[in-house]
Design a protein around this ligand. Structure first.
Ligand code: ATP
Ligand code: MG
Length: 568
């Protein structure tokens, strides 16, 4: 279900839930817990690029630190050497900064490997952990199910000394990979499977992006995460709902060690319609060439949105608007697009570009004559000023702005009818020129000299105003029109998991020879503009000195809303 379809009552629930984390924190501050100090962290695993779900978590964690004058750290949860790379660390830092946040410190879970090791020995000495020789498969099979208890490992009752010696052997490389694990000794009968003697360490000879070959044992996530939070004195450890069942284990480790005890709070993951959100699936999209890379403008990654022309402000606005939910839901992607429109409407200059050019010759306009017209850059922001637009005899208009046999509602150009050219004159279509196939290839028009925008003396009024680009002065450009990457609302939920069946074959349409007004060709990579009547566009990094490339960030209106309504 999309957010727009939520009933009134449910909407109110979402709203009420939207600040439940703030409420918890405020209660803690009132109770003077941790002396009223608030500290959060954003803890990505450096195994992929950040997506909009992460942006939600970033806005939440850094937002809390800002709101309560606390701190927020960036911590790389780099406990899994096999999939992690420095490339991802760099991109994550760039993305967090781009979103507009500064961390108080950068930490790496791998910096705590020594401390974690010492704590693991402490648990062994307390009789709270043991070395298990069972295979991975044996451990899985003895874990039980939601309805059946697990079975205790035959190695569970080793003596403390034996466990200590074996664990030290694990560390020093005496045993082959995967031949032993260190497990917490909790309760194989616990109704919570996470409490059934969970694994703390495995033996794995893998080169780590920071610790190199120093370690051949690596901590499991549940063991490393809370302990890292504790070392950093994180007061509120905010994570997504799937960790709710892990909270008893998070608390158990901290209690057994008797160390600083952060409070874990869970919120619902962000899911967006027509979008895949897991890093693993995004990596598949990249590797299988459905997109050109992590920063393909169709990707829900932060670098993809950046390249597409989304602003950090619009993503923060979105994160703020959707609030924080306590149960899983699906947010309509149109909400994100609306935030982008809202923000770009304020900041983007308006310029003229023609995507599907149709030549217009103004027959009664003097040859070799040029007029400098004045174009207002942004009606929402007078400080943006104006620019000169050159007008002359031959121009391009959109093919769509002409109809040979117009319907009554069509107020643009048709044989014998008049339309206003933005910033210029009213023109009248006098003659239609076709090629041998009968296609319209050129229009011959006349202009009314008394109708000049702003200064014209003619009382004449027409219903339509269209954009145009001078044939003489305009430049050529490549424009990439992006659309949703998937044709269905929930590609992750598709039966048998094959989201590949739901890929939108028209998610990218390339216009190779669009006409743009000269001022547009001066834009630089990253600039965002509105093409009048068409949408918001951003200059792509593929631009060259010869040809500027624009990406469509978002159209002016939501064209899918109509389609969806029709389908219902
Ligand atoms: P993925 O499943 O996409 O790989 P992840 O949870 O494994 O995501 P991490 O790098 O471990 O990715 O996540 C870093 C932080 O971002 C975590 O605190 C996680 O809870 C949060 N996060 C990840 N995905 C989302 C999401 N869709 N909505 C909200 N927060 C998210
Ligand atoms: Mg993860």
């Amino acid at each position: 279900m999309t957010n727009s379809e939520l009933g009134r009552e449910e909407k109110m629930q979402v709203e009420r839930a939207s600040n439940f984390i703030h409420e918890i924190i405020e209660d803690d501050i009132k109770a003077n817990k941790h002396n009223g100090i608030v500290q959060t962290r954003f803890p990505p695993e450096p195994n992929g690029y950040l997506h909009i779900g992460h942006a939600k978590s970033i806005c939440l964690n850094f937002g809390i630190a800002q709101k309560y004058s606390g701190k927020c750290n960036l911590r790389f949860d780099d406990t899994n050497p096999a999939k992690e790379e420095t490339e991802y660390v760099d991109s994550i830092m760039e993305d967090v900064r781009w979103l507009g946040f500064n961390w108080d410190a950068v930490y790496y879970a791998s910096d705590y490997f020594d401390q974690m090791y010492i704590w693991a020995e402490q648990l062994i000495l307390q009789g709270d952990a043991f070395v298990d020789d069972s295979t991975g498969e044996e451990i899985r099979l003895s874990r039980g199910t939601l309805t059946e208890p697990g079975k205790e490992s035959p190695y569970r009752n080793r003596t403390i000394n034996e466990n200590l010696e074996l664990f030290r052997g694990m560390r020093s490389g005496t045993f082959p990979d995967s031949s032993k694990t260190l497990r917490a000794k909790i309760d194989m009968n616990s109704p919570n499977i996470n409490m059934r003697d969970p694994i703390m360490y495995r033996i794995l000879r893998a080169n780590h992006h920071r610790t190199g070959d120093k370690w051949c044992i690596y901590p499991m996530y549940d063991w490393a995460h809370g302990e890292s939070d504790s070392i950093e004195k994180v007061t509120h450890s905010i994570c997504t709902l799937e960790f709710e069942n892990h909270r008893p284990l998070y608390d158990w480790f901290l209690e057994k060690l008797g160390i600083f005890h952060p409070r874990q709070i869970e919120f619902a993951r962000l899911n967006i319609t027509y979008t895949l959100m897991s890093k693993r699936k995004l990596l598949e999209l990249v590797n299988e060439n459905y997109v050109t890379g992590w920063d393909d403008p169709r990707m829900p990654t932060i670098c993809g949105y950046r390249r597409r022309g989304y602003t950090p402000e619009s993503i923060r606005l979105f994160a703020d608007r959707i609030g924080v939910a306590k149960r899983d839901n699906m947010i309509d992607v149109a909400q994100l697009e609306n935030c982008v429109r809202e923000d770009l409407n304020k900041s983007a200059n308006r310029m003229m570009a023609v995507l599907n050019p149709l030549k217009v010759v103004i027959e009664n306009y003097a040859d070799n004559f040029t007029e400098n017209l004045n174009g207002v850059n942004n009606p929402e922001d007078a400080a943006k000023g104006s620019r000169t637009i050159k007008f002359s005899k031959e121009i391009y208009i959109e093919q769509d702005d002409f109809m040979e046999n117009p319907s009554k509602q069509f107020h643009r150009l048709a044989p014998g009818t008049e339309v206003r050219l933005r910033y210029a004159y009213i023109i009248k279509c006098e003659k239609v020129i076709k090629n041998e196939q009968g296609e319209v290839i050129e229009l011959r028009c006349s202009y009314d000299i008394d109708t000049k925008s702003g200064t014209g003396t003619s009382p004449k009024k027409v219903k339509g105003t269209i954009h145009w680009v001078s044939a003489e002065f305009g430049k050529s450009s490549e424009v990439r029109l992006y659309d949703r990457l998937f044709t269905i609302e929930d590609p992750a939920g598709i039966k048998d998991g094959n989201w590949r069946d739901a890929i939108n074959p028209h998610s990218l349409v390339v216009v190779s020879d669009a006409k743009i007004e000269p001022a547009l060709s001066e834009c630089v990579v990253g600039d965002r503009v509105q093409f009048e009547r068409l949408g918001y566009f951003a200059v792509d990094k593929d631009s060259t000195a010869d040809k500027i490339v624009f990406n469509r960030a978002v159209s002016l209106r939501d064209s899918w809303a109509k389609i969806e309504k029709k389908n219902k």
